[in-house]
Design a protein around this ligand. Structure first.
Ligand code: 5AD
Length: 437
């Protein structure tokens, strides 16, 4: 995340620190033994990651103070529920009223919402989702960086441009030095505090190398690391956690076991879920989700995907559209409509109003250039910027013509900050799920 706001530790209770940000209190796990009450810190994803010199923190806070309240005011204005109910069916209004009261919706009710098509009804749904985001999580937006360290992959996922189906791809594997240089740039130059390291399932990158890389990053940089290397095995999850990784990004792709088996020949949903369950048990923050609009997928499947993410206690919901890649067996298929993607993000907010970080994915931005703005106004509160060096980025072709493929990190940060500012959002982790005291 870029340009986070420091907070001050006001209480310490065992592993749990209470941190105050302009009068708001949040809790975070602490793993820094020397931490004291009164210290200024950066926290990410519910973890304290860095102590700052008091003067530096106070200087940053002085700059932020006014802006922070201005942004909150703007968000408040945009989140007001002044929507017209004309053109919205009574039944839909009733369900959305129930959602506003934060009473759990039934599957039938959620399906009814997921199915909405008219602009008036969709607008109402998005307003409700945005209102719940504002009410429960305030105006914090979480901005992670993603570094794609290798495009080699031995799997055969029917939709993926990195899969073994794509024989023409000129693949790359960043060296350890290249990875560390990219991390250095992201953390020290651009201020990211949370990075996802991602790759295909690359058989030529041994676990020991990944462990060493993560350990080195942890030793030198105050940054929260998410790993996203596919199904590495349950023991590997433990080793990566021991090395310092604290988050796992692993989509289950679809919660429908038959559809999963069809799209991933020779693999099962069960193995994937075993990874997610193990990661949860170890203590990883879980980022997961699925593809929207896969051929053969029903609306009920998509709803089940959202409910599965919730039952896995996902701290981040990563749902994006399927975009056909020409070198895969699904090249002839079509992507979903942007409305279905927005409906899914809004439903995710209704299902998990209080905690979820809901991501607007790059795939959605590829499908619709307005995706980030629309998604952030429909319940989402999270973005991911690509910090992979430009020389490699265009070769990580999950799907064609990825948004931001040719943009420098500076350009992405500038565009993101200006978008967040226009929406009254602060690039902070204030909306993080927080541990129970
Ligand atoms: N369209 C959209 N997303 C894709 N991914 C892979 N291929 C595609 C595609 N064609 C996503 C998968 C995977 C993530 C790294 O990229 O969901 O988990």
């Amino acid at each position: 995340m870029c340009y986070a706001i420091p907070g001050q530790v006001v209480a310490l209770d065992g592993r749990v620190a209470t941190i105050e940000y302009f009068g708001e209190r949040k809790k975070a796990y602490n793993e820094i033994p020397s931490l004291r009450v009164g210290d200024f810190v950066y926290a990410q994803g519910g973890f304290v990651i860095k102590v700052l010199p008091p003067q530096e923190a106070q200087d940053i806070l002085a700059v932020w103070k006014e802006t922070f309240f201005e942004l909150q005011e703007m968000d408040l204005r945009l989140s007001r529920l002044a929507v017209k109910s004309e053109g919205v069916a009574k039944k839909v209004l009733r369900i959305l009223d129930k959602a506003l009261e934060e009473r759990p919706l039934t599957k039938e009710e959620l399906l009814e919402l997921l199915r909405l098509e008219t602009p008036q009804e969709r607008e109402y749904l998005y307003k409700v989702a945005n209102f719940l985001r504002w009410k429960n999580l305030g105006n914090g937006a979480c901005v992670h960086g993603i570094l794609e360290i290798s495009s080699f992959c031995h799997r055969n996922c029917a939709y993926c441009g990195l899969s073994s189906h794509n024989r023409d791809l000129s693949r790359y594997r960043m060296t350890e030095e290249e990875i560390l240089a990219a991390v250095h740039e992201a953390v020290e130059v651009y201020g990211f505090q949370s990075l996802v390291l991602q790759s295909g399932e690359d058989p030529k990158r041994p676990l020991d190398d990944l462990v060493r890389i993560i350990r080195t990053i942890q030793k030198h940089y105050a940054v929260l690391i998410f790993v996203s290397f596919g199904e590495v095995g349950l023991e590997a999850l433990e080793k990566l956690y021991e090395a310092g990784a604290r988050g796992l990004l692993l989509r289950f792709e679809t919660s429908n076991p038959a559809l999963y088996a069809k799209l991933h020949l020779g693999y099962t949903l069960g193995t994937r879920l075993a990874h997610l369950e193990k990661a949860q048990e170890i203590g990883y923050l879980i980022a997961t989700g699925g593809l929207i609009g896969l051929p053969g997928q029903t609306l009920e499947d998509i709803l089940n995907d959202v409910l599965l993410a919730k039952s896995l206690s996902a701290e981040m919901y990563s749902f994006g559209p399927f975009i056909p890649h020409p070198a895969t067996p699904l090249s002839h298929c079509f992507p979903p409509s942007p409305s279905l993607v927005l409906n899914t993000l809004a439903i995710a907010r209704l299902v998990d109003p209080k905690n979820a970080k809901i991501l607007v994915t790059t795939a959605f931005e590829t499908l619709d250039p307005q995706a980030a703005r629309l998604g952030l106004l429909a319940g989402a509160n999270s973005l991911m910027l690509n910090v992979t060096p430009l020389s490699f980025r265009s070769r990580y072709t999950l799907y064609p013509e990825r948004a931001h493929e040719g943009e420098t990190i500076e350009e992405q940060i500038a565009a993101t900050l200006s978008l967040l500012r226009s929406l009254g959002r602060a690039p902070t982790d204030l909306g993080a799920s927080t541990p129970q005291g």
